[in-house]
Design a binder for this molecule. Structure first.
Ligand code: 3HC
Length: 284
């Protein structure tokens, strides 16, 4: 089976490596040469380090290298794919255009999925002539580590599509969960947003520093990471876009990105991937 991952950013490149390690043929595509080069460097380093760490055999690393191609052309990536996983920017109009293009490029049987954190596939499926084969397949950051994948069965999605997507997730050693209906934020982000919103609220009210709020979440609740560390990992730009898009939908002012998120977004302090968010990162 061949998988095309569209977008080699924060999520895309790790999804692609994970699929290649699981035996799929993978094309990971991005039009931005900087993002593509960063993804290639990460893949090379990751596979090398896994072997050094004793977590992967040299043979398995070489097989993953053979399975994985990074390309800059959409048609080259998607024309012979059986499954596409879109992991581009969280903007509905851009995703709709991409899915319309993919619908023309891909084979008739190809399933088109979106890794969107929030956008349900029924908002995208009608940009294609195969709505029954368009669904959400949502991974978590870091995608090489996190086991959960949310698969969402919108009203337009066929049982066959859901079964095929669940099977791919399982073959990637993930633990997929199935949502029987579409809902904004799915399961995990609805839970996460509740914590994140309150953490930003506490910070903006001057109740505690972001470091202490993180410490409280880790040591008081047993979270592996505090909400601000996690914002840095998943991307403050993503949080900004998600809040802005949600507000467009709900017109609820409390859905707008918090003042702190807006300030960091405007300064370009997007988090770990740029070396600075709430925390600073050196030699990443
Ligand atoms: N990329 C790839 N692998 C990574 C990684 C990364 N960025 N960070 C850590 N790892 C791997 C390490 O190599 C190590 O692998 P190994 O045990 O097989 O050798 C393993 O993860 C554990 O790493 P560490 O010991 O260095 O660090 P931790 O034990 O602190 O784990 C963590 C790091 C897995 C990131 C952990 O802190 C964690 O689970 N954090 C919470 C992450 C989370 O909540 N993610 C969901 C975000 S929400 C989301 O993605 C939604 C989306 O819509 C935005």
């Amino acid at each position: 089976m061949k998988i095309a991952v569209i977008g080699a950013g924060n999520m895309g490149h790790q999804i692609a490596i994970c699929a290649a390690l699981s035996g799929f043929q993978v094309s990971c595509m991005d039009t931005n040469p900087d993002i593509l080069n960063k993804a290639i460097a990460f893949a090379n380093n990751y596979l090398k380090e896994r072997v050094i760490k004793g977590k992967l055999s040299e043979k398995a690393a070489n097989q993953a290298r053979t399975n994985l191609a990074f390309v800059s052309d959409l048609e080259e990536a998607a024309k012979d794919a059986d499954l596409v996983i879109e992991a581009i920017i969280e903007k509905l109009d851009i995703k709709r255009k991409l899915f319309a293009d993919l619908d023309k490029i891909c084979l008739a049987h190809t399933i088109l999925t979106t890794n969107s954190s929030y956008i349900v596939s029924s908002k995208i499926a009608d940009a294609t002539n195969r709505p029954d084969k368009v669904c959400n397949m949502h991974f978590f950051n870091p995608a090489l580590v996190m086991k959960c994948v949310e698969v969402v069965k919108g009203p337009h999605v066929s049982d066959e599509t859901v079964e095929a997507v669940m099977a791919v997730a399982k073959k990637m050693s993930k633990t997929p969960v199935l949502l029987h209906k579409e809902i904004y934020g799915f399961l995990v982000n609805r839970l996460l947003q509740a914590t994140r919103k309150e953490a930003l609220n506490l910070l903006d009210m001057g109740v505690a520093s972001f470091e202490d709020i993180d410490t409280a979440a880790k040591n008081g609740l047993g979270y592996p990471m505090g909400p601000f560390e996690l914002l840095d990992l998943t991307g403050i730009d993503l949080a900004y876009h998600v809040g802005t898009e949600k507000y467009k939908e709900t017109a609820d002012l409390t859905d707008l990105p918090s003042p702190t998120i807006v300030e960091k977004f405007e300064k370009g302090e997007f988090g770990k991937k740029v070396g600075k968010g709430f925390y600073e990162y050196f030699n990443e």
